[in-house]
Design a protein around this ligand. Structure first.
Ligand SMILES: Cc1cc2nc3c(=O)[nH]c(=O)nc-3n(C[C@H](O)[C@H](O)[C@H](O)COP(=O)(O)OP(=O)(O)OC[C@H]3O[C@@H](n4cnc5c(N)ncnc54)[C@H](O)[C@@H]3O)c2cc1C
Length: 389
């Protein structure tokens, strides 16, 4: 297993690092001020302008295949770009990416949904979670009933990221009650104009998901994404697109937070000496550094396995679980190192503290990752010796 970067890979990573330093970090105080006023950190126009700037240097569609105008980077390089972006809390991502399952669309649907999503002209949202079906996603109840050439969708979705701003939704509905998730769930592409409504859900984070309501929303048969009855597989494909990506971004945040903590520890003097001289603080630094390094290896191993076509599910679940747990411990330690200042809104630490908490919940909670990891081991699907055997 060789994780040495080629010259080209290093250049890509360094370009992102420089872009974040020059273009993203300077926006942090403005973003914080706005968020403190309950405004969005970046407007849609500002985000687009920043994405266009990156696009001029070719940074567009990090994982989008080249035939769709993207860079088509592999998992390892994508993870490394996420680490760099994660070093700032500014809500920035490169433009040009679309949900992986939209590539399952037929040519007409690609024209209508995939291409505008890549271009940033349309915003998508992915809706499987329901009030009664979160971790237990197979229990979804939203229904779609066939009526001639149309389907009539009824049900409620909850916690849908971008649900309040999306132009269209990839919604998962039961089309055959008998079969349920085993061949009776279908994914529909539904424009907002078709009549679904949304309401924002306030959260402890700076951006909120939304609940969606479908009441007799009619869509043509051609709104089906992929095959009728194969929606649950699509949903799992969407969720499984890269469990290493969320912890990769958190890894960047942890690096930055520890740097902030060390900087503060060197400067803050108590009882006549910098707190960096105290063993209590040094242990926080050491534990955080070890955990950051361990997380880096979990993330990169999972990404490396994806790039090599290996079964990466165990590694991805491990990276997601460890990233969520450790990022929360690290941000808590760094907040502690800052004392009262860490708790204030003058510094962004409390913001990260709130944001990183989400990592332990969405796209599979800690408990669900543990369940997956334990099941894989207990069933003999993988061994504790890892992929090297
Ligand atoms: C900000 C945010 C954004 C989100 N974005 C989206 C989105 O875009 N699209 C979408 O479809 N969903 C989205 N979600 C939903 C998210 O995926 C679910 O919240 C998550 O899967 C957990 O489901 P739940 O909230 O129903 O909790 P529950 O499933 O009710 O779980 C409650 C608790 O019980 C535990 N638990 C559940 N089952 C077990 C078990 N078998 N063994 C042990 N413990 C268990 C859980 O780990 C958790 O601690 C989002 C959620 C949030 C908060």
């Amino acid at each position: 297993m060789d994780l040495t970067l080629t010259e080209e890979e290093r250049e890509i990573r360094d370009w992102v690092r420089t872009f974040v330093t020059r273009e993203v970090l300077p926006l942090e105080s403005m973003v914080l001020e706005r968020e403190r006023r309950n405004e969005r950190g970046l407007t849609r126009e500002e985000l687009k302008a920043l994405q266009d700037k990156a696009r001029q240097s070719g940074f567009f569609g990090i994982q989008t295949p080249e035939e769709y105008g993207g860079m088509g980077l592999g998992a390892l390089m994508t993870a490394l770009t996420q680490v760099e972006l994660g070093r700032s809390f500014v809500p920035f991502s490169f433009g040009g990416d679309a949900d992986n399952i939209l590539y399952a669309a037929n040519p007409e649907q690609q024209e209508r949904y995939l291409l505008p999503t890549i271009e940033g002209d349309k915003i998508s949202c992915f809706a499987i979670t329901e009030p009664g079906a979160g971790s237990d996603a197979r229990n979804l109840r939203t229904s779609a009933v066939r009526d001639g050439d149309e389907w009539v969708i009824n049900g409620e979705k909850t916690f849908i990221t971008f649900g309040d701003v999306a132009d269209f939704v990839m919604v998962f509905a039961v089309t055959d009650k008998e079969l349920g998730a085993d061949g009776g769930v279908t994914c529909f592409l539904v424009d907002r104009e078709a009549g679904w409504t949304s309401a924002p859900i306030p959260t402890m984070g700076e951006w909120g998901p939304a609940s969606l309501s479908f009441q007799d929303v009619r869509v043509p048969h051609t709104a089906i994404l992929g095959e009728e009855g194969r929606g649950f597989e699509l949903a799992m494909r969407w969720i499984g697109r890269g469990r290493y990506l969320l912890p990769a971004r958190a890894l960047g945040a942890c690096e930055r937070l520890l740097e902030m903590g060390m900087e503060h520890a060197r400067q803050r003097v108590t009882f006549g000496a910098p707190i960096a001289d105290r063993q209590a603080i040094q242990w926080m630094v050491a534990d955080s550094a070890v955990e950051i390094e361990a997380l880096r290896w979990l993330v990169l191993t999972a990404a490396w396995q994806v790039d090599h076509g290996l079964d990466s599910r165990q590694s991805q679940s491990m990276a997601k679980l460890y990233g969520g747990v450790k990022a929360n411990e690290i941000v808590d330690r760094v907040l502690q190192m800052h004392g009262g200042m860490g708790y204030t809104r003058e510094l962004p630490i409390e913001r990260w503290y709130r944001e990183l908490r989400l990592l332990r919940i969405y796209e599979g909670t800690d408990e669900i990752q543990r369940r997956t990891i334990a099941r894989n081991l207990l069933s003999g699907h993988v061994t504790v010796r890892g992929h090297l055997g």
